[in-house]
Design a protein around this ligand. Structure first.
Ligand code: ADE
Ligand code: ZN
Length: 348
C-alpha cells in the first residue's frame, strides 16, 4: 500500500505554520478515513456494507454517541493485521504533523479487536511499528493509552489488563471509553487500581454524555490524571471549583461535541466559560475521520466560531503540553516552541 509521504516540516521562522501542540484525546481507530477503509477492505477480502467512499461518508450523520459508535465498531472489521494497524498509525501521524502536532497520546480499544479474533499482540506490535518511527519520520513524540470499553463488563476489563501485562512497557496509561450513560466509572475501580499499581497513568472519558457525577467518580474512585471531554462539569459549580483548584486537565473535543450533538452548535460551546473558570482545558480531535477535522482544524473552528484570539489559542496549546505525560525537559522544549512560534508570528 502506498503511504502518505511525510510533508516538509510545517514550522520555520519565516512561515510559522500551525501552532505547536500536543494531541491528548485521539482514538487511533477514529482516524480511519474512508479511502484507507476501502483499501484495507480490499487487501483483507472484507466486504463493507457501502458501495463507495461517498456512500460511506453519507453515513457520517450522527444523532448521539451510540449512533457514531455503531459505525466506528463496524468499520474496524477492515483492521486485521499488524500492517493494517501500522498503516493506520502512519496515516494519522502524517496528517498530525501537518496540523502542528508535536506530541500525540494515542488511545486504542483492545477489546474491539480481540472480540473479532485479532490478538492484542497484533494491535500493539502494528501500532508500535509506526510509533517507533514517529520522532524521526514525523517529528512527533508519542504515547499509547489502552482504553477499556465501559459497556463491556468489569471482568472483561480485568482480563484485558492481565493479557496486556507483557506489553505494559509500551503503554503509558489506561483509559475508559465507549457508551457512557449507564456505565459509571466506579464499575472499573478494580482494574484502574491494578493499572496504577503497575505504574500506569489513568484517564477516563467522563461528562461527555454522562452527568457530572461520573466526573466526580472518575476523580475519587479511579484517581484519574486527566478527564476526557468533561464538558458537562459546567453543570456543577462545586465540581468546576474542584477541577480548577486541582488543575485537572480536561481534553475537550469541540468538533466531536457538535457532531455527536453534545452541544447544538459550536458557537454555543462552553470552552470560553471553561477557560474563564480557570480550568486546564485542551483542544483535541477525538475521532477526526468521522468528525470533520484533525487537531488544528479544531483550533481553527473554535477560533472562528467563538472568536478566540491568538493569546487564547496559545494558552490552549500551552495547556496541551502542560497536561501531557512528558518528562519536564521535553515539556520545556515544546513550550519554548510556542514562544518561538509567537515571536515568528509577530515579526512577520
Ligand atoms: N470511542 C471513540 N470515540 C469516543 C467518544 N467520543 N466517546 C466515547 N467513546 C469513544
Ligand atoms: Zn474520545
Amino acid at each position: 500500500m502506498t503511504r502518505v509521504a511525510p510533508s516538509p516540516a510545517p514550522s520555520s521562522p519565516a512561515t510559522p505554520g500551525p501552532l505547536p501542540k500536543a494531541e491528548l484525546h485521539l482514538h487511533i481507530e477514529g482516524t480511519l478515513e474512508p479511502e484507507l477503509a476501502f483499501a484495507l477492505a480490499q487487501r483483507n477480502g472484507v466486504t463493507l456494507p457501502y458501495a463507495t467512499e461517498d456512500e460511506l461518508r453519507r453515513a457520517y450523520s450522527f444523532t448521539d454517541l451510540q449512533s457514531f459508535l455503531n459505525l466506528y465498531y463496524a468499520l474496524m472489521a477492515v483492521l486485521r493485521t499488524e500492517d493494517d494497524f501500522a498503516d493506520l498509525a502512519h496515516a494519522y501521524l502524517a496528517r498530525a504533523r501537518q496540523q502542528g502536532v508535536r506530541h500525540a497520546e494515542i488511545f486504542f480499544d483492545p477489546q474491539a479487536h480481540t472480540a473479532r479474533g485479532v490478538s492484542l499482540g497484533t494491535v500493539v506490535d502494528g501500532l508500535s511499528r509506526a510509533l517507533d518511527t514517529a520522532e524521526e519520520r514525523y517529528g512527533i513524540s508519542t504515547r499509547l493509552i489502552m482504553c477499556f470499553l465501559r459497556d463491556e463488563s468489569a471482568e472483561s476489563a480485568l482480563t484485558t489488563f492481565e493479557a496486556a501485562r507483557p506489553y505494559l512497557d509500551r503503554i503509558t496509561a489506561v483509559g475508559l471509553d465507549s457508551a457512557e450513560v449507564g456505565h459509571p466509572p466506579t464499575k472499573f475501580r478494580e482494574v484502574f487500581a491494578l493499572a496504577r499499581e503497575a505504574g500506569l497513568k489513568c484517564v477516563a472519558h467522563a461528562g461527555e454524555e454522562g452527568p457530572p457525577a461520573y466526573v466526580w467518580e472518575a476523580l475519587d474512585d479511579l484517581h484519574v490524571d486527566r478527564i476526557d471531554h468533561g464538558v458537562r462539569c459546567m453543570e456543577d459549580e462545586r465540581l468546576v471549583a474542584r477541577l480548577a483548584a486541582e488543575q485537572v486537565p480536561l481534553t475537550v473535543c469541540p468538533l466531536s461535541n457538535v457532531r455527536l450533538r453534545v452541544i447544538d452548535d459550536l458557537s454555543a460551546h462552553p470552552l470560553p466559560a471553561m477557560l474563564d473558570a480557570g480550568l486546564l482545558v485542551t483542544v483535541n480531535s477525538d475521532d477526526p475521520a468521522y468528525f470533520g477535522g484533525y487537531a488544528d482544524d479544531n483550533f481553527t473552528a473554535v477560533r472562528d466560531a467563538l472568536g478566540l484570539d491568538e493569546d487564547t489559542l496559545r494558552t490552549l496549546a500551552r495547556n496541551s503540553f502542560r497536561a501531557a505525560f512528558l518528562d519536564e525537559a521535553t515539556r520545556a522544549k515544546y513550550l519554548a516552541e510556542i514562544d518561538a512560534h509567537q515571536a515568528a508570528a509577530q515579526h512577520r
